[in-house]
Design a protein around this ligand. Structure first.
Ligand code: SF4
Length: 445
């Protein structure tokens, strides 16, 4: 049995693709190994969102080759998957002879065929084709990042073309998966013991299937809110969704959350900047005022909904006043957490042509100021949970303390508490006693 080592970089969509790759490989008779040294095949599922993605890929390829040589082994078969593969395609072969094959973002379902072809003697070939007509909704024996949580893709690709972003080029245009299949899939996951599903996509709330099949006819409701209600009706214990696009964050999404307890208390709504002028340069399709209207609706919910976001500092043309507006927005919104990125130009995007005129030192300084503010509010939010009882999905034994369990609340906060392995997979009530950096600590009650 050939052994495959699979390494994943980047977002949840890549993690989800890797799960499907691993599931496909296991079904086709390959063994997935966590031990790179034992592998006959190394697969690198790449991300192109961060800076120097290609540089990092070649560094990693060099490490794989060197480790094999140090052991006196032949280099394992090496496949590059994901966004860098899709964007660079066959040009990667001209840069290193070490890569045996390249599979684009929509071709990962053909991974077994690619490995067989390479073992059969084919060398340096690329498959950047379209996905198979039917989506692979494997449930039984699926390889997952957690036995209790499943990622469920509902929409692939992106049509928004924000000026800094490479995703519409690496993942293609938006394609919503059929609602009936999604709902059936969640029902099967529930029967298999999955407690929490994450509906995922670059912009989940832009969900727009070709037909409204399987969704109840609620006049005026957006397809995403109808899907949320249909998934909630499966009775699965928790439903989370990410990422949401501000322009498409319609009021009926919050109405659905208010009405269904199993729709979780968490909205990830990337704002990117607190300056409408910069948002226009980013071509985000929303202003600060539009964004704040959505925040007001979320805050008005009787549920205690946690808000998280993404912010870019140092976008071309960002002045100190623009940045101050971002600080003001963060002060007002009081996010539970934020992913902050220092802007870096991506070849192939419109922003690449703009002068990258905020110096590296200024970007770092703005990053730190914003990070401090976000952490300050995060700690305030976290401390407000002390002496309160929250429900936590017990997901795994803590990496640092073997007598502790780690899991997430409905609002996606990490909670650690004392407990044994028999609790794993259960949703338990925990009284919060302490708050540290990014984690709450408590005692089961
Ligand atoms: S919405 Fe904008 S930032 Fe998000 S994936 Fe699409 S282009 Fe990229």
């Amino acid at each position: 049995m050939k052994k495959v080592y699979l390494e994943t970089f980047g977002c949840q969509m890549n993690v989800s693709d890797s799960e499907r790759v691993a599931t496909r490989l296991a079904a086709d008779g390959f063994e997935i190994t966590p031990d790179e040294a034992a592998a006959d095949v190394v697969l690198l599922n790449t991300c192109s969102v961060r800076e120097k993605a290609e540089h990092k890929l070649f560094t990693r390829i060099g490490q794989v080759g060197k480790a094999a040589a140090d052991r006196g082994d032949k280099k394992p078969l090496l496949g590059v998957l994901g966004c860098v593969a899709q964007l660079e395609g066959e040009t990667l072969f001209g840069k290193t002879p070490a890569i045996d094959f390249v599979l684009g973002t929509r071709a990962v379902g053909r991974v077994s065929e690619a490995i067989d072809k390479a073992f059969g003697g084919a060398n340096q070939f690329a498959d950047l084709g379209e996905r198979e007509a039917a989506y692979d909704w494997s449930v039984a024996d699926a390889q997952r990042h957690s036995p209790y949580i499943a990622f469920v893709p509902i929409i692939e690709g992106c049509n928004k073309f924000c000026t800094y972003c490479i995703v519409p080029f690496s993942r293609g245009r938006e394609k919503s998966l059929p609602a009936t299949e999604i709902v059936q899939h969640v029902l099967r996951l529930r029967r298999e013991g999955i407690r929490e599903v994450h509906l995922i996509g670059q912009n989940v709330n832009s969900y727009r299937p070709k037909t409204d099949d399987g969704l109840e006819n609620q006049p005026g409701a957006t397809p995403f809110s109808k899907l949320l209600r249909a998934v909630a009706a499966t009775g699965i214990e928790r439903v989370k969704f990410t990422t949401s696009f501000p322009r498409d964050f319609h009021p009926d999404i919050i109405e659905a959350i208010n009405e269904h307890e199993n729709l979780c208390n968490w909205v990830h709504l990337p704002v990117q900047s607190g300056s409408s002028r910069i948002l226009k340069l980013m071509r985000r399709g929303h202003t600060v005022e539009n964004y704040l209207e959505r925040i007001e609706r979320i805050k008005a919910s009787p549920r205690r909904i946690a808000l998280t976001t993404d912010i870019i500092v140092g976008f071309p043309g960002e002045t100190e006043a623009d940045f101050q507006a971002t600080l003001d927005l963060a002060e007002y919104c009081q996010f539970n957490s934020a992913y902050i990125f220092k802007y870096s130009p991506r070849p192939g995007t419109p922003a690449f042509e703009m002068p990258d005129d905020v110096s590296a030192a200024e970007k770092t300084e703005r990053f730190l100021r914003l990070d401090n503010l976000i952490r300050f509010h995060q700690q305030k939010v976290f401390r407000a949970y002390i002496n309160q009882t929250v429900e936590v999905l017990a997901e795994k034994i803590s990496e640092k303390h073997s007598n502790q369990i780690s899991g997430h609340t409905s609002c996606q906060m990490v909670v650690n508490f004392e407990g044994a392995a028999d609790l794993l997979g259960k949703i338990v009530k925990v009284r919060i006693l302490e708050s540290k950096a990014n984690t709450l600590y408590g005692k089961i009650c």
